[in-house]
Design a protein. Sequence first.
Length: 317
Amino acid sequence: MAQTSAAAPAQGKPKKQKQSPYSGMSKALIRRETISAYCFLIPSLIFFVTFVVVPMFICVFYSFTEYNLAQPPEWIALENYAKVFTNSQLRRALFNTVIYVIITVPLQTLMAMLVANFLAEYLNNRYGRFLRSIIFIPTLASYVAAASVWEVILAPKGGLLNEILGVFGLGPFNWLGEPTSALICVSLVAVWKSVGYFTIIFYAGMMNIDVSVREAALIDGATPRQRFWKITVPLIKPITYLNVTLGIIWSFQAFDIVYKLTGGGPFGATSTVAYIIYAYAFQDFRIGYASAVAVLLLVVILVIHFIQQHFFEGKED
């Protein structure tokens, strides 16, 4: 009896098991809920498989062939990939794309973070809601529409920007016709177009920061700059990771804004990898070669993503 009574307290209270979300539901109800879920998912899955997964595999297949739309694909193995690494035009397009990414991603991320912090700290009211709506308007327009507006603003003759500079005796400048300024202008237009989107994401993340943390910083006498760098920036690191990831992926896919503003010119100064893929496929009708470039672009984006993920995880550790 003594052994039994001594062992009883050691057992302690039984641990509570987590209840299943389906606890208390009949099998018929669970089956009905599951079928309903699949009915909602199937249309999206069909669309995704038809227009994303299948074209991806077709692109990979074409990358090993010589195909010009007029004749059936001819298998040439790795010949297209061998040509890619000796193509000076493609190397320049890759260089332009990297410069485009270097300009757009840090600039739009920093601007969006600062604007979102200003809205969260000082304009968390109806005026802030109005300003957020104004900032988000460029995001609602397509890249083609936004590029058309800026094409008029940056026009060398009669353009709004040159007219304003002319009042001060400056210009006119051929913003999109000079190799040194064209890529910078295209990058800044892209930043203007996307900064509102990233601002809203940053703002949502900042509003999820516990109010007690901000209040404790205010009581301790932290300045706005200290609150931003010591509290806000570390706590929105997952949001920053998301925005940087989206920015890099979208920047490497830059096509429509380049197509509308410069058409890859002048002299290939704004030609990006996505634009060169379009040119090979639908101007030169080298579908197989364009597919090989597209596959390599996907590989580059994946490699950059894994490096970036490792960098952010290392910072968290």
